[in-house]
Design a protein around this ligand. Structure first.
Ligand code: SIN
Length: 310
C-alpha cells in the first residue's frame, strides 16, 4: 500500500491532499462534508471579524481550463468559526483555520480568537485579490513583515502564510527572506492569479460582476504558475519550510508534479467546486496509481525530486 501521508509543522496528515481555502468550506455543512470525505484535512474559508455576504453575483464562473472568481471573502466571521473549529476535531484530521482581515488589526483580533479555538494550524491569507480597494498584502514585503511580527507575538499555534503568485526570482527571494526571519511554519502557494479578465465575446461583456470583471484565475490554466512558485521556494528552502502546493490540480499526476517540485501537500480549489467532495477519493486513487507505476513507496519519497537538464 502506498503511503500518501505527510507531516507539516509537526502535524500529521493521513493524506497530503486537502481543500484550498475558499472551495466548499464556508458553512458548517460544507466543513463537515470535508470531514467525512477522503480529504486529508479541513481548511476553513478565510475568515474576517464579522460575517460577510461577499461580492455581488455572478462572482464565480467556470471557464475553459479553469475558473475566475471574485467572491469577496464571504464567510461566517471569527466568532462562528472559533465555535465550529473544536467541533470539527471529531473528524480526527487536521483543521486548518484560514485567517484574513480587511485591516491589519483584524488579523490580530482573529489570531486571538483562534488561539482559543485551537486549530492544528493557521494559514494567514496574505493574498486575496478580490476586495475592492484592498491590495494583496503579500505583494508588499514590508507590510507583510510588520503584520507577521505582530501575529507571531500572539500565536502559540504554528502558522503559515498563503501567498500570491510571484513572477520574478527576486520577489521569491525577498518574500522568502521575510518568512525566514519570521519563522513561519509553512507556506501555501499559490492563491489565484489575481486581477485577470475573462471576456464573453458574444455578449461583449465581462463574465463576473465585481470589480468590473477582474478576478482571480484558478484551475488547470494556472498550473505552470503554481508549479513555478512551489519550485522556486523549494530551491530556496529545501525541506526547511514545508510548502503546500495549490493551483491547477485536476488529477493524480498533477499532485505528483506539485510534490516533485517540492510540495509536502497539495490543495484543490476549482476541481473541488466542480466535482464536489468525492473528488478526494478519485485523486487519492489516481495518485496511488501514479506512484505505484513510478515505483515510489510513498508520496514524500518523490518530494523535490524534479530533475533539471544538464
Ligand atoms: C475570495 O473570497 O474572494 C477568494 C479568497 C482568496 O482569494 O483568498
Amino acid at each position: 500500500m502506498i503511503d500518501l501521508s505527510t507531516v507539516i509543522a509537526g502535524v500529521s496528515f493521513p493524506v497530503g491532499l486537502m481543500n484550498a481555502s475558499g472551495a466548499l468550506c464556508v458553512t458548517q455543512d460544507e466543513l463537515e462534508a470535508l470531514g467525512k470525505a477522503d480529504a486529508g484535512a479541513i481548511v476553513t474559508k478565510s475568515m474576517t471579524p464579522l460575517a460577510r455576504e461577499g461580492n455581488p453575483h455572478p462572482r464565480y464562473v467556470a471557464i475553459d481550463g479553469g475558473s475566475i472568481n471574485s467572491m469577496g471573502l464571504p464567510n461566517l466571521g471569527y466568532p462562528a468559526y472559533a465555535k465550529l473549529i473544536p467541533e470539527l476535531k471529531c473528524f480526527r484530521k487536521p483543521v486548518i483555520a484560514s485567517l484574513a482581515g480587511l485591516h491589519p488589526d483584524d488579523f490580530l483580533e482573529g489570531a486571538k480568537a483562534l488561539h482559543v479555538a485551537g486549530p492544528d494550524l493557521v494559514e494567514v491569507n496574505l493574498s486575496c485579490p478580490n476586495i475592492p480597494g484592498k491590495p494583496q498584502i503579500g505583494y508588499d514585503f514590508e507590510e507583510t513583515e510588520h503584520l507577521l511580527r505582530a501575529l507571531r507575538d500572539i500565536f502559540s499555534i504554528p502558522f503559515g502564510v498563503k501567498l500570491p503568485p510571484y513572477f520574478d526570482p527576486i520577489h521569491h527571494q525577498k518574500i522568502a527572506d521575510v518568512l525566514e526571519r519570521i519563522g513561519v511554519a509553512f507556506v501555501t502557494v499559490i492563491n489565484s492569479v489575481g486581477n485577470t479578465l475573462v471576456v464573453d465575446p458574444e455578449k461583449e461583456q465581462v463574465v463576473i460582476k465585481p470589480k468590473g470583471g477582474f478576478g482571480g484565475l484558478g484551475g488547470r490554466i494556472i498550473k505552470p504558475v503554481a508549479l513555478a512558485n512551489v519550485r522556486a521556494f523549494w530551491k530556496i528552502w529545501g525541506d526547511q519550510i514545508p510548502i503546500i502546493g495549490t493551483g491547477g490540480v485536476e488529477n493524480g499526476i498533477d499532485i505528483f508534479e506539485h510534490v516533485l517540485c517540492g510540495a509536502s501537500a497539495v490543495q484543490v480549489g476549482t476541481i473541488l467546486v466542480e466535482e464536489g467532495v468525492g473528488v478526494f477519493t478519485r485523486l487519492a486513487r489516481e495518485l496511488t496509481e501514479c506512484l505505484e507505476r513510478k515505483g515510489y513507496p510513498s508520496l514524500m519519497a518523490c518530494r523535490g525530486k524534479l530533475q533539471e537538464m544538464e
